[in-house]
Design a protein around this ligand. Structure first.
Ligand code: HEC
Ligand code: HEC
Length: 294
């Protein structure tokens, strides 16, 4: 069997536990903790069904039959079941072959969107199932920001040319660094890429990159891209406002760079590859030559 090489001790134990939980389904009635766990499992599953399955169309083309190992199906639910039954596939992103496997045929590659959505889904699964390698979810917003800051990697930052952002031009009031070189308006954009990088790790500057999503009871839920540098450019100046931010439009490669840096860092966070700073290939117009990571 092909999956053999991924059959680790942990995966086996987990698979056994899973069998047990699914077969005695609704034990959640009185036990709030079990209800939470079940909800996390259901959320992960519906994330696959609503957001992941369609994105994996290329994979499914081969892995729902034919000559490739069959562990997916054309239908979403059937595919989820097949993935779940194949020992070792559902695991923390840093361990799962779904993200890590490199095909013998170099023409078979995973596009960044696929890697991103698979990574998000698998980390939901890993946390819901308490799998080894699941990155512990921060308990507070402060902790979450710190985790992100610690995961920011200067090679990744440079790869996405984040240092160039400070030199982007406004329509008629010069480049960003003219006003933001020491953090004015809680956006830090100075001439030295390294300085902007270091400062952006701190609150409140970090919020220009990410924002914490809170759950119903105000508890920390997840970090998401805030895209402030991108959104700011299309925000209208409220008529009652005495001053307006200078107008600007970011060139597409800058926009792609900001998104790329934040997405990559969020991915590195869950795959525990912050220090190696793995960068997935993208079609940035600027065309950085070498990922620098690895
Ligand atoms: C053109 C057909 C094709 C496409 C597209 C494809 N694969 Fe594969 N895949 C294969 C074949 C064939 C193998 C067997 C080993 C090999 O060739 O590397 C394989 C092996 C694998 C394995 C190892 C499984 C095992 O049991 O050894 C994983 C995991 C995997 N593919 C995931 C994916 C994912 C995820 C995608 C989509 C991003 C994908 N594949 C796209 C053909 C494909
Ligand atoms: C002429 C001075 C000036 C220039 C040039 C300038 N800004 Fe600002 N910026 C401000 C001021 C003042 C604030 C605080 C008030 C506000 O939010 O409008 C601010 C706030 C911001 C904020 C944070 C507020 C928020 O809504 O999140 C962002 C992001 C920002 N600027 C991005 C940029 C970018 C990107 C550039 C270059 C393309 C730029 N700025 C150029 C003066 C400037």
């Amino acid at each position: 069997m092909r999956t053999r090489s991924f059959l680790t001790a942990t995966a086996l134990v987990v698979a056994t536990l899973l069998g047990a939980t699914t077969s005695c389904g609704n034990s959640s009635a009185e036990d709030p903790e079990a209800a939470d766990k079940q909800k996390a499992r259901d959320d992960a599953r519906s994330f696959y069904l609503t957001r992941v399955h369609l994105r994996l169309d290329t994979c499914i083309g081969c892995h729902a039959g034919g000559s490739a190992p069959r562990f997916m199906a054309a239908d979403g639910e059937a595919s989820y079941d097949a993935l779940e039954k194949t020992v070792g596939l559902i695991g923390a992103p840093k361990a799962s072959p779904l993200v890590q496997y490199v095909h013998r045929d170099p023409a078979v590659v995973m596009i960044p969107e696929q890697r991103s959505i698979l990574t998000q889904w698998l980390s939901l699964e890993a946390t819901a199932r308490g799998l080894e390698g699941a990155v512990e979810k921060p308990k507070t917003v402060t902790e979450a920001y710190k985790q992100f800051a610690d995961c920011m990697n200067f090679d990744v930052w440079s790869y996405y040319r984040m240092g160039d952002l400070a030199f982007a031009q406004t329509d008629s009031e010069g480049p960003c660094l003219g006003c933001h070189s020491s953090g004015q308006g809680s956006a830090w954009l100075s001439a030295t890429s390294r300085e902007t990088f270091e400062r952006t790790k701190d609150f409140p500057y970090i919020q220009k990159l990410i924002v914490a999503k809170l759950g119903g009871n105000g508890s920390f839920e997840s970090l998401e891209p805030s895209n402030r540098f991108i959104i700011k450019s299309s925000e209208l100046c409220p008529p009652e406002s005495p001053t307006c931010h200078p107008r600007y439009g970011l060139p597409p490669n800058f926009t792609a760079g900001v998104r790329g840096f934040v997405d990559t860092t969020l991915q590195n966070l869950v795959t525990d590859t912050c220090s190696s700073g793995i960068v997935v290939p993208t079609n940035l117009d600027a065309g950085p030559k070498d990922a620098g990571g690895g």
